[in-house]
Design a protein around this ligand. Structure first.
Ligand code: ADP
Length: 406
């Protein structure tokens, strides 16, 4: 029996299949460039000998329906004749659950309708999630499907943290408030931290830093998110690959007036042409670090701004939590960039946050502790696994519903 996790983006579908027993990965892949003549599927699976095998295929794929059919076809071919494993459930990553979903939901017509109603809050993300759900329900009609929301983990934020200081009617009539994202990642690394430290989550205060192309920080008090840096959309907060993060809202009006560019274009610039890319022309941190090492001043400024913003949020969330047991780095940058980790923790020794230079440099994979001997706060590097978290929550949700029905 397997659990399949589907993450449908606007032009891509990422997926992973886990064995129900122990949730070990059995197959995974990525279909890119949906809607073009040369959509590319890279599918990897664990062979009976225990090694990973891979196929890459390119063909025209018009939409998510063709995409998911293509994935199922290649997956069954990759098993080369062996009987197809039974599918226990499908877990779908859904970006925005608004205030409607505080936890994962079994997908029925009503839940799907509600996810569709939330499209105005996440016009760039939810339509693709909905398309993926609809197709999988058609292709696998007898398999239970569960929606796991990026926002749900942050629904525990108190009103003082989730409200914007705007006319209250904006919230009541249009749902304008902070929701937060990357929930599966923050939740996964917090659980992993508790497991690693041998302390129940209810006894821990954590600051989790998911630093990838998208980046966010979360303050977690006794297992519950009490503040997070992304807002109504993923644009708020940290400096990201191509997103600006925190910004004076008056900048929009000023730029619009000065340049005559329509707001839609400015929205595109803030999402796709800003952040690290806006400052130094590229958004890949590896490339930026190497340019900065070579003396490129803009690349150096981009790294400096990125780390300074992370540091400000660590300080802010320390104040939010009052005491902190561990700061956790995750995501492509958080897991791999010793420079970013070091510069983000610089000058925080008064808070008990001090990094050991040597431990920070040599990380052998898995969970690592990188605080200095004198540091009161643990500093952990924890590889995130959003797909596994979604698979786990999918299984838990189905077990819970079955338990209720018994
Ligand atoms: P996404 O948000 O798209 O899932 P990832 O979490 O994969 O992104 O993170 C991608 C980022 O991680 C890129 O900026 C990439 O340059 C950065 N990254 C990956 N490996 C390293 C490394 N060794 N050093 C610095 N940055 C790295």
């Amino acid at each position: 029996m397997r659990v399949i996790v589907v993450n449908s983006g606007s032009s891509s579908i990422k997926y992973e299949a886990f064995e129900l027993e122990g949730l070990s990965a059995a197959a995974k892949g990525l279909l890119e460039r949906i809607g073009t003549q040369d959509s590319r599927l890279k599918h990897r699976w664990l062979s009976p000998s225990g090694g990973w095998e891979e196929i890459v295929e390119t063909r025209p794929v018009a939409d998510h329906r063709e995409g998911l059919s293509f994935i199922l076809e290649v997956s069954s071919r990759a098993r080369s004749g062996s009987a197809p494993p039974e599918i226990f459930a499908v877990g779908h990553r859904v970006v925005h659950g608004g205030e409607k979903f505080r936890e994962p939901a079994i997908i029925d017509d009503a839940a799907l309708g509600t996810i569709e109603e939330l499209i105005p809050l996440a016009p760039l993300h939810n339509p693709a999630n909905v398309a993926g759900i609809k197709v999988m329900r058609e292709l696998l009609p007898h398999v239970p499907q569960v929606a796991i929301f990026d926002t749900a983990f942050h629904q525990t934020m108190p009103p003082r943290a989730f409200h914007y200081a705007l006319p209250y009617d904006f919230y009541q009539s249009y749902g304008v408030r902070r929701y937060g994202f990357h929930g599966s990642s923050h939740c996964y690394v917090a659980k992993e931290a508790a497991r690693h430290l041998g302390v129940r989550q209810e006894h821990l205060n954590l600051i989790t830093l998911h630093l990838g192309n998208g980046a966010s920080a979360t303050a977690i008090e006794k297992g519950k998110s009490v503040d997070t840096s992304m807002g109504m959309t993923p644009l708020e907060g940290l400096v990201m690959g191509t997103r600006c993060g925190d910004l004076d809202p008056a900048v929009h009006f000023y730029v619009q007036k000065r340049t005559g560019r329509p707001f839609q274009e400015i929205e595109g610039i803030l999402n796709k042409e800003s952040g690290l890319k806006g400052i130094c022309g590229v958004n890949d941190m590896r490339e930026i670090e190497s340019r900065a090492d070579g003396g490129n001043a803009r690349a150096e400024l981009a790294v400096d701004m990125f780390c300074y913003r992370v540091r400000k949020y660590i300080g802010a969330y320390f104040a939010v939590l009052g005491s902190v047991d561990a700061v956790i780095f995750t995501g492509g940058i958080g897991e791999n960039s010793a420079v970013v980790r070091a510069r983000s923790c610089e000058g925080l020794s008064a808070l008990g946050i001090a990094l050991d230079e040597q431990r920070n440099k040599v990380i052998a994979g898995g969970i690592a502790e990188i605080q200095a001997e004198e540091g009161r706060v643990k500093i952990l590097v924890i590889p995130t696994d959003e797909e596994r978290e979604i698979a786990q929550q999918t299984v838990d949700t189905i077990e819970r519903v079955k338990g209720r029905d018994r």
